[in-house]
Design a protein around this ligand. Sequence first.
Ligand code: ZN
Length: 673
Amino acid sequence: MPMFSVSGTDNSIQSHSTDAEFRYFVEKFDDIQILKYQVRDFDQLTLRQKTLIYYLSEAALSGRDILWDQNFRFNLRIRKMLEAIISSYKGDRETADYKSFITYSKKVFFANGIHHHYSNDKLIPGFPESYLTELIMGSDPSLFPLGKNETPGNLVDIMKPVLFNPSVFARKIESRHGADIISESATNLYENVTQKEAEEFYAGKTDLNDPHHVSLGLNSKLLKRNGKVIEEVYRSGGLYGKAIDSIIFWLEKAISVAETEMQKNGFRLLIEYYRSGDLKKWDEYNVVWAKDTDIEVDYNNGFIESYGDPLGMKATWESIVNFKDSEGTRRTEIITAFAQWFEDHSPIDQKYKKGKVKGIAAKVINIAMLGGDCYPAAPLGINLPNADWIRKEVGSKSVTLANIARAYDEVSKSTGFLDEFAADQVEAERSRKFSCIASLLHTDLHECVGHGSGKLAEGTDPNSLKNYASTLEEARADLFALYFMMDEKMLELSLLPDKDAARAEYDSFVRNGLLTQLVRIKPGKDIEEAHMRDRAMISHWVYEKGKTGNVIEIFKKESKTFVRINDYVKLQELFGQLLKEVQRIKSEGDFEAGRRLVETYGVKVDPELHKELLDRYEKLNLAPYSGFVNPKLLPVKDNQGEIIDVKVLYTDDYLAQMMEYGSDYSFLLCVTL
Ligand code: ZN
């Protein structure tokens, strides 16, 4: 869908032809779809900002090998083997086996190793073991990762059990009850140590009385050498030193084009940390990074998330590079500027309104490069740093990734999902036209003013809603967004191009809450997740309360269930009524009323309807996992070698990008020679 550039207070909409032509879908294989994101408005950045993005992007790509090795100790060797075959196999490339080999390779590239990025199960090739021999013997032997005195034949023998035996290195993270979650996991954050040894190693090492204690074990591998458990720290001159040196090289260049002194200082601290491996430095760096908000270009780079560690301590390497999204920033600035107007016009009880309200300017960004554990599977939002004490004392940065969200949204329009579940073609068309801008505005209202509005009554215990608190809080923010979405003010402030955009949001919210979100629930289960409960609760409540006026209609067509909104004005009123009640529940800490609301409308699933929806969804044959190819940032240089511009090039060739990264950002040895 075209970008809306709304100038001043005039509601004219201009569509960017280049945006309209941008193809977001790249390819689909197995359970994965590959998309590409657009680096919108890159041309509006200064040369200095573009250059900064280029340097940080090179730093983001430099750490790729680190993640591969962290995931599993054979991964780099396997990857180089796949690359060697893909680039030099002389046999027939049209056979079913070869195609199966390519699909397997694509899956391994996607997972940054041979274990599924989400399920952690080992990916088993779809071609026979004997075919691996054929592939290796039919390729250029000089390209293979071989140890001293090893032949391609040896490689075949080493790789066969690693790739094909389902019980060897079966899971990256083994969390089965009763398992030794360290020694039975294939992850390379630990080697040759048991869970007990790892726990003993770290026991008592954290000074819990120190409010500023470091994130113990975050940037190291724990292993046993000569019978002794030791830590190998990731740092220049240490483990992963060669890749880290490349990251440092590009960060040093970034210092020269930093936007602020604080950002410069951040780069210096990050470099010191990469040189020393000192976790105190890492915290010092994060404090500066968290404070540094007055910038256009920002980034993350480091050993950050610990989901990949069965013990939740050690972090995998990741990086993203981004800059402010001007359209999104414009929207959130308008909303926060009018925060008091929203509060004053909210349908809640006067006595629970805040006298003085301040909006939260959530930052909307565009991604320019994904690296490490953020590539190819990208996050939708980021909230860092992770250290609790920094979050409490300094704060954190919370951002939404506009161009990633847009890519998902655009691609979903052509999947057949809307045609299957929308009530009619008019609704489907309206959604295609407006769902992107409408859902972005919903998110902005929810985050910038929804959560922050209202106040507790004197003496109310803020924890009184207990296990229903998050569902009710999400519902409150959603209802706030929904209520104002349909207000004339949205058009007046140029936040929406057309009333139909608000209608599209109502359609999709209610359709999702009553029907389509159920496809994410397993048969026989209740709705558990807070956001899903919130949406179900709101949708079922307004459906029931609007029954007499036929506000929302549930109907069958050829034995399929659909939802249609007949009265949008009345529906807005109902959203307002429920907002008022949910605010009262929160303000008064009325646990019983909150419990009843959630349990009556937000938890139970109609099994017959559920089955129907699951069947319809399955027939669409959608890929459950998505990832992205990166753009290529190309510096344009003058005769003196100075960068005079940076160009953004897009690719539709996922495999070629993987091969290119394999040759350009390969810093770590994969085999001890
Ligand atoms: Zn929320």
